[in-house]
Design a protein around this ligand. Structure first.
Ligand code: 13P
Length: 270
């Protein structure tokens, strides 16, 4: 059982040596391209009635589409639920049609951003290089980053999982460890209903922890590693019980307040 009641805020400077039992879980909702201003407010109202509100509770982050963040902030401000964007550009402003700057996310109430999601990599040409540029700019604007990586089914079947994770994680060393959460999202588990087994998740997370140690030294012990890919109320606890699984990045099951809350409660009891 991990203890994290005395966990310092993740973005605070780490004057103490990092201890693995101080990793406060993070449960983040990635709404992808779903929802509306009305549904995000209803969702938050329902969530806030039941979400654990103490310092020992998991950190909860909601990342709706950009257009809904301001509406979400009306309900979420001064609540335990933080808001995030699903990507951001690396420039502060400019001729980048369709993009959003980190400072624009901050302005409407976001304090987090997802970067490098596999759907960005698959459909919109995201690379390790562009993901890193986005993440760096986000950190400079004061956003905390959920940095996503993970292998495809073809890569897993071809025995390339660790080589892919090694390549994708190699750029992360350029970021500030205190403001990064790493999300392992095997592409074959996203939206398929086929989650990684707890053992598969732990194996990948332990590998990633080793990579982060090589990049960051002891600070890697304090970095939260989230699992994402078909996380549901009935598998969340077994996944989050693994020693290097420090929370979840949830897609489909985060669209419903009851199922998202059940996942948050699973994180609270590991
Ligand atoms: P699902 O939970 O719908 O599989 O999505 C996972 C994901 O991509 C979260 O970022």
């Amino acid at each position: 059982v991990r203890r994290w009641s005395s966990w310092p805020a993740p973005s605070s400077p780490a004057s103490l040596p990092w201890r693995s039992d101080m990793r406060r879980p993070v449960v983040a909702a990635n709404w992808k391209m779903h929802g509306s201003c009305a549904t995000v407010q209803e969702f938050l109202e329902a969530l806030l009635e039941r979400v654990p509100q103490n310092a020992e509770a998991p950190e909860v982050v909601l990342c709706p589409p950009y257009t809904m963040i301001a509406a979400a902030a009306v309900v979420a401000t001064a609540s335990p639920v933080a808001l995030g964007g699903q990507s951001c550009h690396w420039e502060e402003k400019g001729a980048f049609t369709g993009e959003v700057a980190p400072g624009m996310l901050v302005e409407v109430g976001a304090s987090w951003v997802i970067v490098g999601h596999s759907e960005r990599r698959q459909h919109f040409g995201e690379s390790d290089d562009t993901a890193l540029r986005r993440a760096k700019a986000a950190q400079q604007a004061g956003l905390r980053v959920i940095y996503c990586l993970g292998e495809t089914l073809e890569q897993r079947d071809g025995g390339e999982t660790f080589a892919v994770l090694e390549r994708q994680s190699s750029v992360i060393g350029a970021l500030e460890p205190a403001g990064v959460v790493v999300a392992y999202e095997p592409v074959w588990a996203i939206g398929t209903g086929r989650n990684a087994s707890p053992e598969q998740a732990q194996e990948a997370h332990a590998f990633l922890r080793g990579r982060l140690r090589a990049l960051w030294g002891p600070a890697a012990e304090g970095v939260r590693l989230l699992y994402g890919g078909s996380v549901k109320p009935d598998n969340a606890q077994a996944l989050m019980r693994q020693p290097d699984v420090d929370g979840a990045l949830v897609g489909g099951a985060s669209l419903d307040a009851v199922s998202f809350l059940a996942i948050i409660q699973s994180a609270a009891t590991v």
